[in-house]
Design a protein around this ligand. Sequence first.
Ligand SMILES: Nc1ncnc2c1ncn2[C@@H]1O[C@H](COP(=O)(O)OP(=O)(O)O)[C@@H](O)[C@H]1O
Ligand SMILES: O=C(CO)[C@@H](O)[C@@H](O)COP(=O)(O)O
Length: 568
Amino acid sequence: MLAITLRSVTDKTIHPDACVVGVDFGTLSGRAVVVRVRDGAELGTAVHDYSHGVVDRALPVTGKALPPEWALQVPADYVDVLRTAVPQAVEAAGIAPEHVIGIGTDFTACTMVPVTADGTPLCELPEFADNPHAYVKLWRHHAAQPQADRINDLARDRKEPWLPRYGGLISSEWEFAKGLQVLEEAPEVYAAMARWVEAADWIIWQLTGQYTRNACTAGYKGILQDGAYPSEEFLAELNPAFATFVADKLDHPLSALGDRAGSLSAEAAEWTGLPQGIAVAVGNVDAHVTAPAAQAVEPGQMVAIMGTSTCHVMSGEALREVPGMCGVVDGGIIPGLWGYEAGQSGVGDIFGWFVKNQVPPAYHDEARERGLTVHEVLTERAAKQAVGEHGLIALDWHSGNRSVLVDHELSGVVLGQTLATKAEDVYRALLEATAFGTRVIVDGFTDAGVPVTELVIAGGLIKNRLLMQIYSDVTDLPLSVIGSEQGPALGSAMHAAVAAGAYEDIRGAAAAMGSVQRHVFTPIPENVDAYERLFLEYQELHDHFGRGGNDVMRRLRRFRREALEGKN
Ligand SMILES: Nc1ncnc2c1ncn2[C@@H]1O[C@H](COP(=O)(O)OP(=O)(O)O)[C@@H](O)[C@H]1O
Ligand SMILES: O=C(CO)[C@@H](O)[C@@H](O)COP(=O)(O)O
């Protein structure tokens, strides 16, 4: 049925072997996948680790130490993904490059690049190479929290109509807080920056040679609602020099998701080995592209993309104001529906931190001897426990909280430790804490009139079956699982197919190219009951530390900053 609707860009019936390339730019690496247009078969894939990774300690060129909460990236690393992972994926697929009819990408967000008028990142100019503000501010750069606090206080005072669209709080991860930080801490960089560009759009600029601004990031991270950004008066009250931020650095016509941003340039064709002139899809976000890849395009189907962080995305027919959500954007995921987003800033990152910093050598030795990862060793031991056996409860805020408290000065807690507490006990408590964090989000949506009827899991953490079972038990929902291990890259490839004209819209591409396995994990009734008790304790702690019962976490951050400043 779908083969009949497949069309090539030149309006000839498409070749049965036609392929598209999807590229997922993650936090640590970029992954390319070659996908057959007619059925979504993934024919080849390749990953390229960013050589600079996350720059959060010192600037690579100077070795200059970075303050706490900073997280930067080097944009040349993204281009390296195009040069290496894309041709390698095509080679692994064993296809002729001429069969590729389009390329689509997704990126972490809100990851921001300060650029000159022609798109050159400021950090690539010799005069700015030693200025941290000239680099890419990664989504999890949390040093703009003071600016975010001011934005929130002022927006609340002025009763700005856009604030409820973001659950009542704007995140320090987003375009305005980060932009204001640049202005206030590095006015010379702010003055030199012709545009403040989402990396999701910067990469499309590299592929096509022209700048486009995607509707998804503009709506969620750029505070664009009902066609308007925050007003000049609002911005001037924050800082008079910020009044024209929108007009000077941000504003640009919007491009809809799945549209064609342009054609692959000669230069990008040379990098990637793909044919010049093929369709390049409008930039998109890792979480949002994953929904159609998991065929979750209908209201009530929440997709949790679980990796270093978790994003929760879901479409809805009606506009509702959900307290603490990241945002709701018209057509933010699927055209014609309201796209809701929520998330947890740290998930796999918290487990990774624990493995790296808190696990005794014996566990590492065992992992090495048995050819397992330390995660697997800890999970195996933790899986033998009954719910509550470890006697612990934890808060999952090691990277702050972005729903429902939206505060990156919050931090982690593990309560109940004794001299008998083992590494696997804490590991399990951390897995559970992230599940409780998701439960708070799911309950928040349901209570606000946007019921979650199905939870679909995507992302790297699916591989941890204990974690999946805990999520099912804690939320008391069956878990469906995306069919692909490359959800975001597949979703990007699907948008490329739409941009190339192979499918009329993303729903058609989702039906033909996406896949999901329904109800792979179902709640175990006795665990559901046992977790209910623990969840009440989690909520107590959550509100105590997160809703003003005790501001000790914020004070500790301040003491830390002061101590570090005193040392320098
Ligand atoms: N078996 C495991 N169980 C739980 N977490 C794991 C396991 N293996 C790796 N991780 C964590 O998963 C994260 C990587 O997830 P992945 O989806 O691959 O990355 P990304 O979010 O960057 O796309 C890391 O933070 C790592 O600590
Ligand atoms: O915030 C968003 C999307 O809005 C994500 O890009 C961000 O959490 C990064 O996701 P990853 O955990 O790197 O997959």
